[in-house]
Ligand binder design. Structure first.
Ligand SMILES: [Zn+2]
Length: 557
C-alpha cells in the first residue's frame, strides 16, 4: 500500500499547532504528503480522533535483563498465552507467544502496535549485550526501535575520569555508541552499581569517591556523560537514572543532581521513583512538589514520569543494589547478573497493591508530577515498563490524567497512611486535554529524542498514524485504536492486527578520534572475556540517524 488518504478525522498534531481540526492526512511511500490522487486507498476516520503514532521514550523490551525477567516469571506467561494474530499479509509469518508482564518479542511488537504505538526505545542495554538487544529488536515487529547504552558504571570510562581524561572519555563514548548500535547514553546509579559490585551496601551520594585519585564521583560521571552528549550532538540528551532510586529522602539526591547539571540538557527518567521526601523519623512522604517545581523552572531539564500502576509488575534494572534491597524487603525471588566491566542487572517480580502504603504513595507521587507539570513537552508519559506496570496499562493511566472523577474514586480506595502532604490529597482538579495527551505520548517524546520525522503529521513526517474511536470510557478508546498506520502500511484495521512489517532500527554513529581505539583495545586485552574485534555489532540493516555536524578533536571517520 503506497498511497493512503485518512479521511475526515479530528486531528491532534501539537507540533504543527493542530488541535482538534477536521482534516485529511495523506501518505505516499511511507511519508506524510500534501495530497494523494483519488485512486489512493482510503481510511474513513470521520468522527474519530487522529494522532501521530505513539512514541515510548523509556521501556524495557529488548535487553539481556528483559530475557532474565522472562525466565524469572514463567507463571505470568502461563496465564496469558498469545495466539498468533490473523494477518492478511502473507509475506509475514504470524507468531504466537506469551504475554504477562514481560511479553515475548513478537507479542511485544504486536501489542505496542495494537495500542497505537509505533516507536519504542529500550532504555537500558549493557554494551556487552548489544547483539542480544538487536536480535530481540529484529524479532519485535512493526515498531521502530532502538536502545540506550549503559555507561554510568563502565570501568574504562571510570578509569579515564580517574586519570583526568574527560575528553578521551567522550571519544570512548562516541566509539561505544557506534560499536553497539545504540541511540543514546544511559546512566544508571552512577558509580553506585560499581561500588555495590565491590561490596558496598551504603547509599551513594554525589561526592562519594571511587578510584584512586578522588576524581571519580557520581558527580564527575554525570558531568562527563552529559557533556559528551552535548559535544557529540546526540539527538537525545543523556538519559539519567539518579542515585538512591526508591529510597525515602531521595528527592534531595535528585535535586542535587539537577543542580549540578544546571543549564545543561539532561533527561531524568522515571522521576517518580526519585521524588520521595522523608519525615524526621525516616518515613516516606511525597517529595513531588519540590521536584516538579524545580523542573518547571529549568527548561534544560526533561523527564518521564515512571508512573506506578496497581497490579503486577516486574522490576528489572541495571541498578542491582535496588533489586537486592527489594528482594530483601519483599522476600520475592531475585535474579542478579553482574555484567563484566560495565554494569549490573537485577530482577525481582513485584505487585503494586492499592492497600499497600508505599505503593499508594508511589502512585500518588507519579500523578502529582503529571498534574503539577507546567510543560507537557518536558514531562512525558512512561510506566518504566515493566517496572511501574506494563505498557498495556497506558490507557488506564491516560484516563487517570483526563478524568478527575475516575482519579478521585481511585484515590479513595488507596491506603492513605503515607499520603500526608501529597498535593493529590488536596484535590488536584487538572484534567489533561487530548492535545496534552498527544504531547506526552508522542509529540513530546519524539522531540526529546530528536526524532524529527516522528511525533507529528506535517509533510515529510513518517506515515505513523493512530485513529481512535471516541467514547465515554477514555481508557477503552486508547486501549483499542480503530486503525494504526505504520510507515504508510495499515497494520490495525477495524481494531484487528492485520499486517506486521518489520520496524526500523534507530541508532547513531558519532565520529570519534581514532587514537582512542588503541586504549580501548588494550583495555579489552587486559580485562575482557571478549576480544576487541568481536565486540562491535557490525553493520545494521538501517543507516544511522543523521547528527548535527561535529568535527572530532583529531582524526575521525
Ligand atoms: Zn527503566
Amino acid at each position: 500500500m503506497t498511497q493512503l488518504r485518512i479521511v475526515g478525522g479530528t486531528v491532534y498534531d501539537p507540533l504543527n499547532d493542530i488541535d482538534g481540526e477536521v482534516r485529511d492526512i495523506c501518505i505516499d511511500a511511507g511519508r506524510v504528503v500534501e495530497d494523494v490522487p483519488p485512486t489512493a486507498a482510503r481510511v474513513d476516520a470521520r468522527g474519530m480522533i487522529v494522532m501521530p503514532g505513539g512514541v515510548d521514550i523509556h521501556s524495557h523490551v529488548a535487553s539481556g535483563a528483559v530475557n532474565v525477567a522472562r525466565r524469572l516469571v514463567p507463571e505470568a506467561h502461563a496465564l496469558d498465552p498469545a495466539p498468533a494474530p490473523a494477518l492478511i499479509d502473507t509475506a509475514v509469518i504470524p507468531r504466537s507467544g506469551v504475554g504477562g508482564i514481560v511479553p515475548s518479542t513478537f507479542t511485544t511488537g504486536y501489542r505496542y502496535a495494537g495500542l497505537g504505538y509505533t516507536t519504542v526505545f529500550d532504555a537500558a542495554v549493557a554494551p556487552l549485550m548489544a547483539r542480544v538487544a538487536h536480535g530481540q529488536l529484529d524479532d519485535t515487529p512493526i515498531v521502530d526501535g532502538g536502545f540506550f547504552a549503559l555507561l554510568g558504571n563502565d570501568r574504562l570510562l571510570l578509569d579515564l575520569i580517574d586519570g583526568g581524561e574527560r575528553e578521551r572519555a567522550r571519544e570512548y563514548v562516541a566509539w561505544l555508541l557506534g560499536a553497539t548500535g545504540a541511540y543514546a547514553i544511559k546512566v544508571v546509579n552512577p558509580g553506585g552499581v560499581e561500588l555495590w559490585k565491590r561490596g558496598s551496601r551504603e547509599r551513594t551520594e554525589l561526592d562519594t569517591t571511587l578510584g584512586s585519585s578522588g576524581r571519580v564521583t557520581p558527580r564527575a560521571i554525570l558531568e562527563t556523560l552529559v557533556d559528551a552528549a552535548g559535544a557529540l550532538d546526540l539527538p537525545h540528551a543523556t538519559h539519567i537514572h539518579c542515585n538512591n532510586l526508591g529510597l525515602p529522602g531521595n528527592a534531595a539526591t535528585t535535586l542535587a543532581t539537577m543542580r549540578t547539571l544546571d543549564g545543561r540538557r539532561a533527561h531524568f527518567t522515571h522521576l517518580q521513583f526519585h521524588s520521595y521526601a522523608s519525615t524526621p523519623d525516616g518515613r516516606w512522604r511525597s517529595g513531588a512538589r519540590e521536584i516538579i517545581e524545580y523542573v518547571n523552572d529549568h527548561p534544560s531539564i526533561s523527564a518521564d514520569v515512571g508512573q506506578v500502576m496497581f497490579g503486577a509488575a516486574a522490576t528489572l534494572t541495571a541498578d542491582a543494589p535496588v533489586e537486592y534491597l527489594l528482594h530483601k524487603s519483599s522476600g520475592r525471588k531475585w535474579a542478579n547478573v553482574d555484567i563484566e566491566l560495565e554494569t549490573g542487572c537485577g530482577v525481582v517480580p513485584h505487585e503494586y497493591r492499592e492497600r499497600a502504603a508505599v505503593a499508594a504513595l508511589q502512585w500518588a507521587v507519579g500523578l502529582e508530577l503529571f498534574l503539577l507539570s507546567a510543560d507537557p513537552w518536558r514531562i512525558v508519559l512512561s510506566t518504566d515498563h515493566p517496572n511501574g506496570g506494563s505498557f498495556m496499562s497506558y490507557p488506564r493511566l491516560i484516563r487517570l490524567l483526563m478524568d478527575r472523577t475516575y482519579r478521585d474514586a481511585q484515590l479513595r480506595r488507596v491506603e492513605s497512611r503515607l499520603l500526608a502532604g501529597s498535593a493529590l490529597t488536596d484535590g488536584l482538579e487538572r484534567e489533561y486535554t487530548l492535545r496534552e495527551i498527544a504531547i506526552v505520548t508522542r509529540a513530546g517524546p519524539a522531540r526529546l529524542l530528536g526524532l524529527r520525522d516522528k511525533g507529528h503529521l506535517g509533510v515529510g513526517a513518517d506515515g505513523d498514524v493512530t485513529v481512535y474511536a471516541p467514547g465515554d470510557d477514555v481508557a477503552r478508546t486508547f486501549a483499542s485504536p480503530r486503525y494504526v498506520v505504520k510507515g504508510g502500511t495499515v497494520v490495525v484495521e477495524e481494531g484487528e492486527l492485520r499486517r506486521a512489517p518489520p520496524g526500523r532500527r534507530l541508532h547513531v554513529r558519532p565520529p570519534y578520534d581514532r587514537a582512542i581505539t588503541h586504549e580501548i583495545r588494550t583495555h579489552f586485552d587486559q580485562y575482557a572475556t571478549v576480544r576487541f574485534e568481536n565486540f562491535p555489532v557490525g553493520e545494521l540493516r538501517d543507516a544511522p540517524s543523521a547528527l548535527a555536524t561535529r568535527t572530532p578533536s583529531a582524526g575521525g571517520r
